[in-house]
Design a protein around this ligand. Structure first.
Ligand code: TXA
Ligand code: MG
Length: 316
């Protein structure tokens, strides 16, 4: 049920049951990170493969040593700069973190989410929250409580309503290999901003690193409607005469046509605004009875890289 009741949320989590939480990136499907039982339920409900580890959400940077150890200098600097915020750090895990959370890896992914309601909730709990995005495996991440409800209906006793997610794309994931910072997933903090603090990162946001970030597999973030990505929308449309088409466009509409629904993500060309609108637009188009969706490629800079990454995965 969609609700604002933090007391109820605490009660459900203390029973090692699951709830949905708002964050600034996307909604999470959350349970007690120290409870095998709760963590197993997350994998079950999400139909997520057990080899794909979860992110642990803590209330402040001061709690970092509860979940991680041997923290590199640069990691601490990044945490202090961006937390609370949309940066997930992959660090050596503390032994008491259940192996189910980390899919048997010796590292753990951790972040402090930047949402007032969820920070309030974390401050009421004796444990951190393990939480993947609150969508069934492979589907579009939810950026509102209504999206979560659409997926899980009454299977969740509490879907905490924190409004529309301010960032709208998942966190950026950074790990360390021999002290070198490595990007595992583009996210809603631009790579360029992270490099200002950490220096040049090694980019491993590719499919071939699936053992490191197994979530980054094909057919992720995907609408049910067949989706295409192109540099030239007008040209690609010609290949689909008589089809009902949904367009995801960056700044500008094309000439109106009867069978085409157009969604512009940011008229002013603001990539933050476009990021915020991307998943919500995908959710809407996916429910509009279209034959296909065509998305326009974004400029490969800043958050444009993250948007292109998600669009590519939506089209596989
Ligand atoms: O913004 C976000 O990060 C959202 C909100 C809810 O915090 N969460 C999210 O979780 O996107 P999820 O489970 O959908 O994606 C987590 C990603 C996966 O790609 C997973 O493979 C990666 O984090 N990951 C988790 N632990 C890891 C580890 N130890 N090493 C490498 N990658 C890891
Ligand atoms: Mg996800």
């Amino acid at each position: 049920m969609i609700s604002n009741d933090i007391n109820k949320a605490v009660e459900v989590l203390n029973k090692n049951e699951l709830i949905a939480i708002p964050t600034e990136t996307v909604y999470g499907l959350a349970g007690n990170a120290f409870s095998e039982k709760a963590v197993n339920k997350i994998y079950e409900l999400k139909k997520r493969p057990f080899f794909n580890p979860l992110i642990v959400h803590i209330k402040s940077v001061n709690e970092l040593s509860i979940v991680a150890k041997e923290i590199p200098e640069t990691a601490l600097k990044l945490a202090k700069t961006f937390w609370p915020g949309a940066l997930t750090l992959v660090l050596k895990k503390q032994n008491h973190i259940p192996d189910t959370v980390t899919a048997d890896k010796n590292t753990v992914a951790v972040r402090v989410p930047n949402h007032p309601l969820t920070l309030k909730l974390l401050n009421r709990l004796d444990f951190p929250l393990a939480a993947p995005s609150a969508n069934p495996f492979g589907q579009i991440s939810p950026t509102s409580a209504e999206h979560v409800f659409k997926y899980f209906k009454d299977q969740l006793e509490v879907i905490l309503d924190g409004g529309a997610c301010q960032k709208g794309l998942e966190s950026t994931i950074v790990g360390f290999e021999d002290e070198q910072a490595v990007l595992y997933r583009h996210g809603s903090i631009a790579l360029e901003d992270i490099e200002k603090i950490a220096g040049k990162l090694v980019i491993k946001n590719h499919d071939e690193i699936t053992p490191n970030a197994p979530g980054m597999t094909a057919s992720h973030y995907a609408p049910q409607t067949k989706t295409y990505l192109t540099n030239d929308v007008k040209e690609l449309i010609k290949s689909f005469p008589n089809k009902k088409i949904g367009l995801i466009l960056y700044r500008n509409e094309i000439d109106k046509q009867e069978n085409i629904t157009q969604k512009v993500l940011s008229k002013s060309g603001d990539l933050e605004e476009a990021s915020k609108n991307l998943y919500a637009t995908m959710h809407i188009l996916d429910q509009s009875n279209l034959d296909i969706i065509i998305a326009e490629k974004f400029p490969e800079e800043g958050l444009g890289k993250t948007i292109n990454d998600r669009l590519k995965r939506a089209t596989v």
